[in-house]
Write a protein that binds this ligand. Structure first.
Ligand code: PGA
Length: 249
């Protein structure tokens, strides 16, 4: 099955309002085969969605609350995101796991709540450096999948995008080699196959993330099981991200 590639930009906690608008404007007319999904900070979502209506850009949130509504000061819920036209949500980014102590159980709940409001989860997984050095990366990622993602039904899994992001590669300038990425992506697809069957395994997009640049994107994205990228730093520059979109197309 031919999977449509995705170029996803995770802006993290960067950019002022004008910079965010300028970036989205610079990207909105990019002609591409790939699906383009932007993950700006929450506060800009509504405005960016309005500014790019009718353009082939989808929007995602970088996080969501595990509760649907109520007295949870400072949180943002799945129904709120749904109501403003957000289609995707990052769940389990390593920065959330590390700095905000999000554990498997919480991520499992976030996945369920995202699904129940029709949001496509982009579920992030990936091992830290010491795990890679000990060659335990497959076991580590397997556990992340098993403890959170694989609680989803077969039907739900078809709505999911997976992002493999080795922690040692995020924001470090160290990128997994195309071979390392392919090896892990093939492993993840094998687990999907085993759990959910061949159709689902062939359908789910698995993105690579971790120091993707305009220079290395094509070599990564042409690996058979790499279906595009989740890009941090390089997604903040229109020229670089445009090149990455083209590499995914
Ligand atoms: P990076 O971030 O491209 O800056 O390494 C990727 C990510 O965290 O999604």
């Amino acid at each position: 099955m031919k999977r449509r590639k995705i170029a996803a930009g995770n802006w993290k906690m960067n950019l002022r309002r004008n910079e965010a608008l300028q970036l989205a404007m610079a990207l909105r007319d990019t002609e591409a085969q790939a699906e383009v999904i932007l993950f700006p900070p929450f506060v800009y979502l509504t405005e960016l969605i309005a500014a790019t209506v009718g353009k082939p850009i989808q929007y995602g949130a970088q996080n969501l609350c595990d509760r649907e509504n109520g007295a949870f000061t400072g949180e943002i819920s799945a129904p709120m995101l749904q109501s403003i036209g957000v289609s995707h949500v990052l769940i389990g980014h390593s920065e959330r796991r590390q700095y905000f102590h999000e554990d498997h159980e919480l991520l499992k709940t976030k996945l369920q709540v995202a699904m129940s409001y029709g949001l496509h989860p982009v579920f992030c997984c990936g091992e830290p450096r010491e795990v890679r050095l000990a060659e335990q990366q497959e076991n580590y990622v397997m556990k992340q999948l098993e403890e959170s993602l694989f609680a989803l039904s077969e039907e739900a899994m078809q709505q999911v995008v997976i992002a493999y992001e080795p922690v040692w590669a995020i924001g470090t300038g160290l990128t997994a080699t195309p071979g390392q990425a392919q090896e892990m992506h093939a492993f993840i697809r094998k687990q999907l196959n085993w759990r959910y069957g061949a159709d689902v395994a062939q359908q789910v997009r698995i993105l690579y993330g971790g120091s993707v640049t305009a220079g290395n994107a094509a070599a990564l994205f042409t690996q058979p099981d790499v279906d595009g990228g989740l890009v941090g730093g390089a997604s903040l520059k229109a020229e670089d991200f445009t090149a990455i979109i083209h590499a995914a197309s």
